[in-house]
Design a protein around this ligand. Sequence first.
Ligand SMILES: Cc1ncc(COP(=O)(O)O)c(C=O)c1O
Length: 354
Amino acid sequence: MLNYRNELDKMPSYDGVEKNYRIKVNANESTLSLPPLVEERVLNRLALLAFNRYPNEEYYSLVEQIARNFSVDAAQILLGGGSSEIIEKVFHTFGGAGRKIVFPQPSFSMYKIYAKAAEADGVTFDLDARFDLDVDAFIAKIREIGASLAVVCNPNNPTGNVLTPAQVEKIAASIDCAFLLDEAYVEFYGRSAVNLVAKYPNLLVARTFSKAYGMAGARVGYMIAQAEVTRMVNKTFMPYHLNVLSLAAADIVYQMRDEFVPRLQMTIAERQRMKERLETLSGVEVFPSEANFLLIRLSRAEELKDYLETLGIGIRYFSPSAFGLKDCLRISMGTRAENDEVFAAIKNFLEVPL
Ligand SMILES: Cc1ncc(COP(=O)(O)O)c(C=O)c1O
């Protein structure tokens, strides 16, 4: 019999379902790949790579660009295989047996899994019925349980709502433990808390190339924190954990990030347009969102998800056991044409008599 690690069989798995959808608005990805000009530069760069060498130069080139952009020291930046790797390592840094890691729910479903993987207790804090976080009560909870790490996703996935920079600062200032702010969707909101890192030694900010920069396939993310924190988190990483292809691609993408502004604006405009259209449908509740997706609630959510699948449209449905997300669906923003098709399909579904 194979002797697996204790508790591994009880480890929950990521519950996203992936299929080959014709219109894929289920995973909060960018619906567009790289802008043609950026893609051309990436491909030219890849042709020049030294595949025989470990990726030092490419790692530090990207680190330095990011540091320059945020006016921080290069020692304050860590890169990861998506922000997933960053978040997982931060959980390992502050986790361990008997430690408590607290995060709101509903939020990114992986936090629970990372807490378990770090052998820590994942402690959830319930958002209210509108998915807002009671900041004072959250701070009180962190203190009361003596958490070693608090995690907040801003804008929050899957709800789309946000904390203001002042609320983020209040949390950072009021707790002694580490505070990880997951800013995977912050480019669609525009109000990052990276500038607070200089003031708060407990603040760690995780960012990603997967969403706004359309690079989910390359798996590149980064963390910004004070140098001492970064040094400690870095101990949990393997050497050369990022491959040279992804690093070189991200380096070009970051150099050319202005090329992404029009599509960011498009996504934000589409979010507003889709929100207004969905709000015209009776029985559909649309939650406010500052991310690249919208969360809706309607009584026949599962049936609608199945109907859309028959049309080749993939949206995110949450299992009935997911806290606070009963009858909810999450729809990432596609192109205008894709969104029109998704909307028409939802409208059609709701017009068919039961
Ligand atoms: C809130 C949040 N954080 C982090 C991630 C991880 O993204 P990645 O590893 O691609 O950077 C995701 C992915 O969907 C997410 O929704």
